[in-house]
Design a protein around this ligand. Structure first.
Ligand code: HEC
Length: 313
């Protein structure tokens, strides 16, 4: 993974070639805070000594507030702002030879790598993609041998087992919090003698511009208006809030992880919430592919009617 930025994005001057430990001040500097091996499990092939690494490459930046002063040696300090650019992120899948530390082959995707992989005794790498595919690659070349389109992002790691003489692959298709894929809720079991056709056309879940390619650092050009005459379903809204938004905004909207700002003690209107939830903003991902406009209206209405008033009491 290149640790520096090879060419400055238009309008920026690079400091220190954007290397990972570039110091920053009140002026934002660009570097690669989100470049490296991703969390999902890596697969290792004991025969070839290849390690199959899921990695991401993304340019971002950081700046600090003017009033922050450095800590003394007995204190810690956290502050400043983490910025993302609208330069497209890419995912990388890399086979690295652990005996030489050299890359044997690698391939890049136009969205993040957010899934673990397994390598089978028969020489297949099985892994999932944000666009809903389960893919089998040749472990020596990385060439694609097979794929199957499911109905949601495939971000779990596959399992394989033998049953009555047949080898099976089991994998979950449900999307995930951090990837841009569609959300769903299904488990798939594949065998070599299976005959089922892909569930949906590949084009239906592989849009030309996946959400990860949409600009996130600029204010959304499009504004999502509430659907006139639609009565929001507060139970559905509560469910989406507690499964998704809570992580970053806290169970009662007080703010939380990943820089999620408080949603309380301010006036947020429904259209603003729906627009933000659809397109995302800065480090908040957009959920246009994960939820329908009705569902985003459900969660927006839940925030307006149940989260915001509680805080004012
Ligand atoms: C991965 C973390 C994350 C998740 C998940 C997340 N948000 Fe956010 N959200 C953020 C961050 C970070 C910001 C601040 C963005 C900025 O820099 O303006 C934000 C901002 C917002 C704002 C704008 C608040 C304001 O003051 O204008 C709204 C509204 C919002 N989020 C709604 C939602 C909803 C609804 C969901 C669930 C469907 C959700 N968010 C899920 C991280 C997240």
């Amino acid at each position: 993974m290149p640790n520096e930025i090879d060419a400055a994005p238009e309008g920026f001057t690079l400091t220190n070639q954007g290397r990972t430990f570039t110091p920053f001040a009140t002026e934002p500097v660009l570097y690669k805070p989100l470049a490296g091996v991703n969390w999902p499990p890596t697969a290792y092939d004991p025969d070839s000594h290849l390690l199959y690494i899921c990695a991401n490459d993304r340019i971002g930046g950081a700046s600090r507030e003017a009033e922050n002063s450095p800590p003394t040696h007995t204190e810690s300090w956290m502050g400043g702002t983490f910025n993302l650019t609208n330069i497209p992120a890419r995912g990388l899948f890399v086979a690295m030879d652990l005996t030489t530390h050299k890359i044997k082959w690698s391939q890049q995707w136009q969205y993040s790598c957010s899934a673990g992989s397994i390598v089978t005794g028969g020489g297949l790498i099985i892994h999932g993609r944000n666009d809903g595919r389960v893919v089998a690659l040749d472990k020596d070349s990385g060439n694609k041998l097979w794929e199957f389109q499911t109905d949601a992002g495939v971000n779990g790691t596959a399992s394989t087992f033998m049953h009555e003489g047949n080898q099976y692959i089991a994998i979950i298709s449900a999307g995930s919090l951090y990837s841009t894929g569609k959300h769903g809720d299904s488990v798939w079991l594949f065998s070599l003698n299976g005959e089922m056709e892909p569930l949906v056309e590949a084009s239906a879940t592989s849009p030309a511009a996946p959400a990860s390619l949409r600009p996130t650092a600029v204010a959304p050009v499009n504004v999502v208006e509430p659907i006139a005459g639609y009565t929001a379903n507060l139970d559905s809204g509560r469910q989406i809030y507690t499964t998704l938004c809570t992580t970053c905004h806290g169970p009662t909207g007080e703010g939380g992880h990943q820089g999620g700002v408080p949603l309380i003690d301010k006036e947020l209107n429904l259209g603003h919430i729906m627009t933000t939830a659809t397109f995302g903003r800065n480090t908040m991902p957009g959920f246009a592919t994960a939820y329908t406009r009705e569902q985003l209206q459900d969660v927006g209405t839940f925030i307006v009617e149940e989260i915001m008033p509680t805080a004012k009491q």
